[in-house]
Design a protein around this ligand. Structure first.
Ligand SMILES: Nc1ncnc2c1ncn2[C@@H]1O[C@H](COP(=O)(O)OP(=O)(O)OP(=O)(O)O)[C@@H](O)[C@H]1O
Length: 317
């Protein structure tokens, strides 16, 4: 097995053609071999750009990235990509190929013997928790979203690359499946220890997955690069504190339902669109979207039982 490699961003800069400002501006950071580094930040701050600079799907404008001391600029791009597993949000599986054929793509390109490829597919399906007998012959459309992501991960691991790039790999999954996949990936990582760059915009996911978290602002500006504990406990500046805090606050609202609040009495006889089973976040969105000061709330049978305001939600939070 190839051992993991460290990744060094050295003033890595990307300015897209026609853009006045760099999407990633002189980013410098080191991901130690075998660790998971999460790139975290608001939409458009340059996370995906930073990630794809590594496998040269995006070419550097200036600066450098080195893998185990070797500049990516000096490597043949095909060879470079073979040493890097790449997982994206929608798994990117080939729909007309079976699961087995999908996972075997890279070993085949590398000219592995049939038996070696078949063994590897079997081993990988096992590793990501999909029994070979049941899944190898299926097509991607015959799998759930979570299962497809597992196949995407297996495919990325097929040629045993020292590096994994993961771009919001669980972003399209429902929250329960998502947490499950996060745990599974961590378990898998314990076994394979690939150096992993993982893009997320979710602080909870970052804290859970990352050995280190890099908080980026617009232009790929690195605001803080630390362990999750330190990011939460000692945010480097107000922006980081707000970013971490705001997301946490909104998250907290999704954990509570209107049924847990002491609602105001109902006023007027508008039909209620909110139910007691709705989360506080849903209620807040409804209030803000409609520009309403107050909205009626019904129980599950549709009987109006009270009303909710932004103030009530704020007090509860
Ligand atoms: N191919 C491209 N050509 C021109 N500009 C681009 C291109 N890709 C991205 N950009 C711009 O670069 C900036 C960073 O984009 P990037 O996709 O890296 O951000 P991100 O943090 O991954 O965002 P998100 O979380 O929304 O995916 C954005 O302003 C975006 O509009």
């Amino acid at each position: 097995m190839q051992s993991a490699a460290d990744i060094v961003f050295d003033a890595a800069t990307k300015t897209y053609a026609g853009s006045a400002e760099p999407a990633v501006d002189a980013l410098s950071l080191t991901v130690p071999a075998g660790e998971i580094c999460v790139l975290l930040g608001a939409s458009g701050c340059g996370k995906t750009t930073a990630l794809t600079l590594v496998n040269r799907l995006t070419e550097l404008t200036s600066g450098d990235i080195r893998i185990d001391g070797r500049s990516i600029r000096e490597q043949d791009v095909i060879e470079l990509r073979r040493s890097i597993g790449y997982v994206i949000q929608q798994a990117g599986l080939f729909p007309h190929m079976t699961i087995e054929e999908n996972i075997a793509t890279v070993p085949q390109v590398l000219g592995w013997k049939r038996s070696r490829t078949a063994d590897r597919v079997r081993e990988l399906l096992e590793l990501v928790g999909l029994p070979h007998k049941e899944y190898a012959g299926r097509y991607p459309a015959q799998l759930s979203g979570g299962q497809r992501q597992r196949v995407g991960i297996a495919r990325a691991l097929a040629a045993d690359p020292p590096i994994m790039l993961m771009d919001e790999p669980f972003g399209a999954l429902d929250p329960v499946t998502r947490e499950h996949m996060q745990d599974e990936f961590l378990r898998l990582h314990e076994q394979v220890r690939k150096t992993t760059l993982f893009v997320s915009h979710d602080i909870d996911e970052a804290v859970r997955m990352g050995d280190r978290v890099a908080i980026l602002a617009k232009g790929g500006r690195l605001l803080q690069y630390d362990s999750p504990e330190r990011i939460l406990r000692e945010p480097a500046d107000d922006y980081v504190a707000r970013f971490v805090g705001m997301d946490r606050g909104l998250k907290a609202l999704t954990l509570r339902s209107l049924g847990e609040l002491k609602l105001d009495p109902a006023t007027g006889d508008d039909e209620a669109s909110l139910r007691t089973g709705d989360t506080l976040r849903t209620a807040l969105s409804a209030l803000l979207a409609g520009g309403a000061e107050r909205l009626p709330v019904a129980d599950e049978s549709g009987r109006t039982v009270g009303s909710v305001t932004v103030d009530l939600i704020r007090e509860a939070a």
